[in-house]
Design a protein around this ligand. Structure first.
Ligand code: UDP
Ligand code: MG
Length: 320
């Protein structure tokens, strides 16, 4: 039977921690009873340097349910993505499959069962996807939609309306651990891993208690990080713009020469206008060109795995 670890990053979540713990323990109980997961499956709370009583509460829960509730205490606040990674890395050595979920129970815990079913059917990654965003504010909904559009425009593969509620098998987490980059944008990295994946759908609810730990500033930072960590397209855009301006300068040349010969110009205008267009274009082109190299360096320094072998068929049979 597979041992499940539910990984929950928590930052100042004292109001929801006990509620979350109870709900998730219920899920574990239910799945254990149905014999879908091993009896020693557990919840792993990651305290992301909370300033409130979150860690004390995790300790209390652990004392009350030592086998069901485990905890990781990070020395300081490192942010959601790093906290979640710390949890996954810790959990992978203690379990066969992980499910990551936010502490606020906005994601529907009842679909965890569906995730496990898909895992047993052979999936290594199962994405939790929000069906609708009724409970989100108009602003959050539209900004999120714009973000997903922009991401796909920039050539980044993401799962639409999927945040960080997902199941990952042990081997998927292990493959993920080979991505050594520091600028983490987890939901963009998962599709790179490969393997068989699937999605489960649910309606996102309101926060059970407390307030969002993702103010606009953090949301924008996450969005910008997502794009800049996955795409060097903005650099190509500069290069393209440079080429375009040089092209415009040719048109400007023709126009300026005609104006010059028909004699409707102030002295000095022709050479000035031509220099402005041509030099502007040349500068953009040069920046774009230098940028192309920087983009390559950027991709190289990430040292991402180039491939992930799932199976090898040889004379001795199947391996890995
Ligand atoms: N979180 C974290 N570190 C942070 C900010 C948030 O671990 O610096 C956790 C938080 O406790 C929650 C999850 O990340 O479990 C998502 O945060 P939140 O629910 O506030 O985001 P929202 O749902 O509003 O986007
Ligand atoms: Mg939330």
């Amino acid at each position: 039977m597979d041992k499940l670890a539910i990984v929950v990053p928590c930052y100042n979540e004292e109001e929801v921690l006990k509620i979350a713990s109870e709900a998730l323990r219920g899920v574990l109980q239910d799945l254990i009873q149905k014999e879908k997961i091993a009896g020693d499956s557990f919840i792993l709370f990651v305290n992301d340097g909370s300033k409130d009583r979150t860690w004390e509460l995790i300790e209390e829960e652990h004392a009350a349910y030592p086998e069901k509730v485990c905890g990781v205490k990070l020395a300081g606040n490192v942010g959601h993505q790093f906290a979640l990674t710390a949890g996954l890395m810790t959990a992978k050595d203690m379990s066969d499959v992980t499910v990551s979920i936010d502490a606020d129970l906005q994601d529907d815990v009842s679909v965890i069962e569906e995730m496990i079913d898909k895992f047993h059917a052979g999936c290594d990654i199962v994405y939790g996807v929000r069906r609708e965003r009724k409970t989100d504010t108009f602003f959050k909904r539209t900004s999120a939609q714009m973000f997903y559009k922009l991401m796909s425009l920039m050539g980044v593969k993401t799962v639409y309306n999927h945040a960080d509620f997902r199941l990952m098998s042990k081997r998927a987490v292990e493959e993920f651990s080979k991505y050594k980059e520091t600028n983490l944008f987890l939901r963009g990295m998962m599709p790179l891993i490969g393997y068989q994946t699937d999605s489960v759908y649910y309606d996102r609810k309101e926060r059970v208690a407390g307030e969002s730990k993702y103010p606009l500033k953090k949301m924008l930072a996450l969005a910008f990080n997502g794009i800049s960590s996955f795409s060097v397209k903005p650099i190509s855009l500069i290069l393209g713009m440079g080429l375009f301006i040089i092209f415009v300068s040719v048109i400007a040349l023709v126009y300026a020469l005609i104006s010059y010969f028909t004699g409707h110009v102030v002295p000095g205008w022709t050479s000035l206008i031509l220099s402005i267009w041509f030099l502007g274009g040349l500068q953009l082109l040069a920046i774009g060109l230098v940028g192309q190299y920087i983009g390559k360096i950027y991709i190289e320094v990430k040292q991402r795995p180039r491939y992930n072998i799932e199976k090898i068929l040889t004379a001795d049979g199947e391996s890995k």
